[in-house]
Design a binder for this molecule. Structure first.
Ligand code: ZN
Length: 245
């Protein structure tokens, strides 16, 4: 059956004042990082907010919308364990490695939107940096390329690494965060991505790294999501999922 495309758009606002999302941040010219500059788009403020905090970054905002076939043309196909109608696009702010707010997008299961926006709202409030956040379709659904680009992403209709079973990513109930700083480490200690090798051990004191017991792990635990860094044998430091697997 075809999906009835009534584009129900729900706006999730975790910060008290969503309306104060002013959108644009001045771009500091001296920023030497290589993060591609994205426009921090947001909802236009309905009421002007004249305040001395005009230069403060926008509050965290997250918008949840339905996913079109076109948006997931590489990562979803008929036969995937979740129908297209069971997926949602979260468009939300995140804090970049360049110390600036950005707007990113994550595709997740519709039953995962609350958990994800809750945790990413916390990360944003902590100014905890995320390198990049775009759906894996930006890499034609290629997980390796997405990871190589240090991209944070969630839904991808694929098997689990080294397995013939669906990954939790195929259900939209898993997210990989800063995969360069948080690599997948095989049981023999090897890391497939060259750019991630220096992050194979824990703990590492560097921006965007997830260490055992730290607040990122706790924030996910509070919404019932487990961390791949807690697995025995294989360690998947970038990976959080609803079932913990
Ligand atoms: Zn993962």
């Amino acid at each position: 059956m075809r999906i009835q495309a009534t584009l129900a758009v729900a706006t999730v606002c975790l910060a008290t004042a969503c309306g104060t999302t002013t959108g644009q941040q001045p771009v500091s010219p001296g920023s030497g990082t290589s993060v591609s500059q994205q426009t921090a788009q947001g909802t236009t403020s309905p009421t002007p907010a004249p305040s001395p905090t005009d230069t403060a970054p926008p509050k965290f905002s997250a918008k949840v919308s339905k996913v079109t076939r076109e948006q997931v043309k590489h990562s979803w196909r008929p036969g995937c364990p979740v129908p297209l109608d069971g997926l949602r696009m979260i468009t939300m702010t995140y804090w970049g490695f360049d110390g600036e707010p950005h707007t990113g997008r994550l595709v997740v299961n519709k039953d995962a939107t609350e958990a994800i926006t809750t945790v990413f709202g916390r990360l944003y409030d902590w100014r905890w940096p995320i390198y990049k956040m775009e759906p894996v379709d930006a890499y034609k659904g290629d997980d390796f390329d997405s990871i190589d680009a240090n991209n944070t992403s969630a839904f991808n209709c694929r098997a689990a690494t080294g397995s013939s079973h669906w990954s939790q990513h195929a259900y939209g109930r898993a997210v990989d965060i800063n995969p360069r700083e948080n690599p997948y480490v095989s049981a023999d200690g090897s890391v497939a991505h060259k750019n991630a090798r220096k992050f194979a051990k824990r703990p590492v004191d560097a921006p965007g790294v997830i260490n055992p017991g730290d607040r990122v792990v706790k924030a996910f635990a509070r919404v019932g999501w487990g961390w791949g860094g807690d697995w025995s044998g294989v360690k998947d430091y970038q990976h959080f999922s609803a079932g913990g697997n």
